[in-house]
Design a protein around this ligand. Sequence first.
Ligand code: TRP
Length: 338
Amino acid sequence: MEGEIQKKKILFSGVQPSGTLTLGNYIGALRNFNLLQDEYNCIYCIVDLHAITVRQDPATLRRRCLEVAGIYMACGIDPEKSLIYCQSHVSGHAELNWVLSCFTYMGELQRMTQFKDKCAKNENNINAGLFTYPVLMAADILLYQADMVPVGSDQKQHIEITRDIAQRINGIYGDVFVVPDAYIPKVGARIMSLTEPEKKMSKSDSEDSYIAILDEPNIIRKKIRRAVTDSDTEIRFDRENKPGVSNLLDIISALSGESVESIVISLQGKGYGALKDAAADCVVDTLSPIQAEYKRIMADKAYLQGILDKSADTANKLAKRTLSKVYRKVGLAQSGRK
Ligand code: TRP
């Protein structure tokens, strides 16, 4: 990958190893991995340093890092083409974080809506890491001179501050960083909660509200059977008045590739039971092969660990390159050591 870095653009993606990955993540991001890695040099980082801004159970956090790596690979990340590693294994993230924090204003960070939300949710643990979270995120991205960052719409503000910091530093020292663009997929943002279909599907809500990528088929069927619809019986796409029904149609359409219109026609007059069965079939058919591949990968932890280590080594080399450029530009003394 190092040799190819000049030819293809760089895509950086970060995922928190807190909680499990959902069908929303799959439709919005994971299912595109295969296509993206041919077009970009993709760097997938499991952001464990970000995760500890809220209290984590150590054993669970450690397990989830491997789990996320396993799921990503099961969804098609090819370690020959892309990097997948843990953030804490590449010290450059924390080092660049410091430098960037000296070019980020308190006022900018205070405006971040996610910080305000998280303060409201973690009243007893409003730590400095929560406040400077966007700076570490900027460091993740700028460390690799990434061109493109796929994120959910909730992360848009964090990409904007990343761009502001990069432009500010470029303005002072000349071209130091590539200024990245956000890539916000349209479909994934629209997969809604099964129990409250006005809200986005999220792993932090109740278990019945989302489908985890690793949910067993019978669990998937049960959750979809219980999904909130409405007191009407008509299958019709109308996000405003029929959010639950529209969400199920969206899921079927995203997974089957069929248009919503033709799905509506084929289910006409059949009732919500048929709609739910069709949705459950699509989800089970999509996730079953991924789950089988996941089991295969997780059965060989040494292999998985080897991939994470090798990726971290490559990431480290790329990171060092940017970091020494930054240190030189801002005037930190050169080391005489080789
Ligand atoms: N903040 C992102 C989220 O919660 C995760 C993240 C951390 C990230 N660093 C990143 C995403 C860098 C993209 C690029 O979803």
